[in-house]
Design a protein around this ligand. Sequence first.
Ligand code: ADP
Ligand code: MG
Length: 245
Amino acid sequence: MTLLSVQHLGKSFGGVAAARDVSFTLQRGEMLAIIGPNGAGKSTVFNMVGGQLRPDRGTVLLDGRNITAASPQMRFRLGVGRTFQVAQTFLSMSVAENVQMALVSRRRESGALWSPARSRCRDEAVTLLERVGMADAADHPCSALAYGDVKRVELAIALAGHPKLLLMDEPTAGMAARERADLMDLTASIADAEGIGVLFTEHDMDVVFGHAERVIVLVRGQTIATGSPEDIRQDPDVRRAYLGD
Ligand code: ADP
Ligand code: MG
């Protein structure tokens, strides 16, 4: 069943059309990459799906429900999650505390009474950290972690919201090649096991072609190709416009 359906999205900033008639679908458990040069409109599309930006035109459906006008908070409650960078101010807190904070805010968001035993929240945080391979570092301050490990913690924080759809705008920025592949391997295995749909952007084409099940190519706000990594790699329009042929 289709998890996300984006139909004819358009957004302009002043005279610049950042997105023009962008349409695609995403299934449960699927890894879908949006690629394109800088300024192509990738972040604009992410922000229209996440609710940070209102489209000028078009529709966003989640599980068939029209969320085009929903706030980011409402979308979060409905299962739209995104990875955020662990804020500088949280770096002094422990890894587990950062995840516990996300669990607490999830309970507040859902309107449930907030009276979980601290230990239960802690157990849940540790379970999430186990899933991203970071349980051993639960009591370390985030500031002591290697950059790639911070990214894993950011993934655990996003998973604390129980997303159906996970938006990852350049999740591997600043990481070494090996770490990039590891983070996306981990993301793919969690997405597959839990049926989470993942929409991501990525500059490293090896990572894109190695991890995406489908790829959308945006150039100047327009979709110039959609297909399997193999199709995209061989598409002459894509090679000309983007891969540098
Ligand atoms: P990408 O993420 O693919 O690099 P963006 O979605 O950030 O591209 O940007 C697409 C285009 O829209 C660019 O020309 C950018 O300058 C413009 N743009 C994006 N956000 C804004 C904004 N808030 N105000 C004005 N122009 C913007
Ligand atoms: Mg961007």
